[in-house]
Design a protein around this ligand. Structure first.
Ligand SMILES: [Fe+2]
Ligand SMILES: [Fe+2]
Length: 416
């Protein structure tokens, strides 16, 4: 363990050192065609890039203007100035106040310098020079150089994270990096356009690139706030429901958690995972329409009571339908008591006819019911509940979902 930790240190300081060597051997020289003020201006623009960075929903990073501006600096003013701008203009306040460890600050400088160097090398090789750019030949060189920069940047960060977290590079790459790449590549055309505009009119015009970003940032922030409101609303509803029935307190929250984990294991996309968490939270919301005597009844139901209780999935679906942001969640709530063999309710759907979301929630729901104390029965251990799920796989539950739940029990719940 100690060895890997020092490997991480060696990696961080190695990249930082490489950056320092590159900077020391590339001292900027000012030539005709641009002034020190132009370079300082573009440096300030890079520094402001973070301030207008547009956040991606659900905390998944930001689209920053800093990178395409760095590309512009390299193409217009050459490798040396480009590398110094990349290293210095990207310093943030917290890098300077000691909030971020010195090693990390220097690693980031080193990484950006190395990436800028590689960009300059590729671009220089493909295009043959700096200071002006001619389309479309220059565009090809630009995209190639920007791709090299982006990939190298992702690899260096990924490797650093892998060493720090003592995990494999591929798992970091899959979990933290891959989704980021399309966002980074999407900024290339903006970068190319910036270079073209700076070449025609000078760097001042770059200010105009910030305006649409600012507008996007404000509207995206509103969208994020709206989702937060939705999730608070869903949470409030589930708390209200659980409060009526103290025995099932926390049930909705746990079903939501298990459903999210299952959806992830089954390879559903981020949006579906997010949606199923909301719907899992509200899967029994139809019980608000049930009387207290029914909800709190200890022991078996009469036929009429059972028929009454069964209605909660349809009532729930009607409630979810009103919340347009939950989309197909309505169907998941309606069918969360269907069984794979077709003997469930309300519609007696079987196998794949039951929407996947409903099959997932059904399994999460049953697992939580088995593993929590109820007035009329003692809770089962995770091992016992696992056996029960396996015994009902194919009849009550979807075997695929049970398989994923077993993995969650073995790898996450039993290890806690
Ligand atoms: Fe239910
Ligand atoms: Fe439930």
């Amino acid at each position: 363990m100690k060895k890997r930790f020092s490997l991480f240190n060696a990696y961080v300081w190695g990249i930082a050192g490489l950056g320092i060597i590159l900077l020391a051997t590339h001292i900027p020289e000012f030539q005709d065609g641009y002034t020190v003020a132009d370079v300082i201006f573009i440096g300030v623009m890079v520094a402001c890039g973070e301030a207008v960075a547009v956040p991606f929903p659900r905390g998944k990073g930001t689209a920053s203007m800093a990178t395409p501006l760095m590309f512009t600096a390299i193409v217009m003013y050459g490798p040396a100035i480009g590398m110094w701008v990349a290293a210095l203009a990207t310093l943030r306040k917290r890098d300077l106040t000691g909030e971020v460890p010195l090693g990390v600050v220097l690693f980031n400088r080193g990484m950006l310098t190395v990436c800028a160097y590689v960009f300059a090398k590729v671009y220089g090789l493909m295009y043959g020079g700096f200071g002006s750019i001619e389309f479309p030949r220059g565009l090809f060189a630009f995209v190639l150089a920007a791709s090299a920069f982006t990939l190298l940047n992702a690899i260096l960060i990924g490797q650093g994270l892998a060493l720090q977290l003592r995990t494999s590079f591929t798992s970091i790459w899959r979990r933290n990096i891959v989704w980021m790449l399309p966002n980074m590549f999407a900024l290339f055309p903006v970068g190319a356009l910036m270079v073209l505009v700076v070449q025609q009119t000078g760097p001042l015009v770059l200010v105009f690139f910030y305006l649409p970003l600012l507008v996007t940032k404000v509207s995206l922030q509103k969208y994020i706030d709206l989702w937060e409101t939705y999730s608070e609303m869903a949470a409030a509803l589930s708390i209200a429901l659980d409060a009526r029935d103290s025995y099932t307190h926390g049930h909705s929250v746990r079903v939501s958690e298990y459903s999210g984990k299952l959806a992830k294991r089954l390879g559903l996309g981020d949006e579906e995972v997010e949606l199923i968490k909301y719907v899992g939270l509200l899967h029994d919301v139809g019980k608000v329409g049930m009387s207290d005597s029914l909800l709190k009844k200890e022991g078996p139901f009469t036929y009429d009571e059972y028929e009454m209780m069964k209605k909660h999935s349809e009532i729930g679906a009607d409630i979810i339908k009103v919340m347009k942001f939950l989309g197909k969640g309505e169907q998941w709530v309606r069918h969360h008591h269907e069984r794979s063999d077709g003997t469930g309710f309300p519609d007696g759907l079987a196998g794949e006819e039951i929407p996947l979301g409903a099959r997932i929630i059904a399994c999460a729901d049953a697992f939580d019911a088995m593993t929590t104390d109820r007035p009329y029965k003692e809770k089962m251990s995770y091992e016992e509940a696992k056996k029960e799920l396996l015994a009902c796989s194919g009849s009550q539950f979807d075997p695929k979902v049970v398989e994923a739940m077993v993995q969650i029990i073995d790898q996450e719940l039993l290890r806690k």
